[in-house]
Unconditional design. Sequence first.
Length: 380
Amino acid sequence: MNGVDHDGYAVLVLAARKLDEKLALGVLEGARFRARACGTVEALERGIERGAGLVLLAEEALDAKGIDSLVSVVSHQPPWSDIPFVVLTSGGGATGHSQRRSQMLSKLGHVTLLERPIRIATLIASVRAGLSSRGRQYEVRNQLTELVRQREELGRSNAALEQFAYAAAHDLREPLRNVSLYVQLLSERCGDQLNGQADRFIKEVIDGTDRMQTLVEDLLGYTRVLHNPEEGEPVADANVVLDQVLESMRSTLERAGAEIIRRPLPVARVFPPHLYQVLQNLISNAVKYRSECTPVVEVEAIPDQKLAHFIVRDNGIGIASDFHDRIFKVFKRLHNRSIPGTGMGLAICQRIVSHYGGHIWVESEVGKGAEFHFTLPNGA
Ligand code: ADP
């Protein structure tokens, strides 16, 4: 019963007559329950708001107004809470009046009706069962609290990590620029004093710093991709975004002789520049990792009511199944420098898609092309 305060298991009692109240308290205390008389509906409501395990009430202690007011208090309890009510009803056959009252009482949610005359053992068993169900509700509450705490902690540590990556990448830029600049100056101004081997070394240094500059810029791009959100609603017509991507890549596509096959795409709940970045990365990879044959890139969507489910398919070199997860990680590449890249493109795609609650994955085999899938919330 971790994390439950003293009142969490209190039984609140509401009876119409003092004598009934006293009797009920006597029975409950005798069975070692913590019982508290409320006297009025208002006091009962305050007791529920403060926290209680169960409510034991006599049907005649509540009129229609009292039930409504109680229903309103119960409905404002947190979502995990479903406080049990044990209601002592009048005996005899069901009348229209008693049926109406039972219907109204059922609005309270978790209600057990006990018809009088009641056996004490039945009352005690019902209260015990109600309190035990209340205990399970507290466990759910504790788990929810823990989940929220963990999520907040994760959010904080992600933000700190992102801040660190951003600061590191940002601060690396300047010394890097200096190294690059002075090595170039060395080559230009002192070239005649250096031999062929020194020239080769200088070229290596310049290549290395160029590469590092690209890595640093891509890392900055990764950390900043979700910054500066646009104003307004995130909605993008993927057909329009695809037009823009293809236009911006026109010369690359022409040079590669790529054939683009496009089918109608949905509207997604995403800021257009984010969708642009995902489609552009995937299409540019589809061309970059082409095989011997003419690159054919298909962009389509699977109809789905809740999700905008996109597919970018190519007939390129494909990816072995061992690497299907790894390629989405920061700086992970399957190729050497013969094909340019930093291994950041798919990590950026994943960051964007996850930000909107979607998923991205690849289906592929070596030599059989690749099919990248990603989902975003449907914007229609
Ligand atoms: P980059 O292209 O800069 O290396 P990405 O993150 O975009 O970085 O891709 C990671 C790796 O995944 C690539 O290096 C490549 O090996 C593999 N890859 C990505 N897209 C494809 C594709 N369409 N076909 C085959 N391999 C791919």
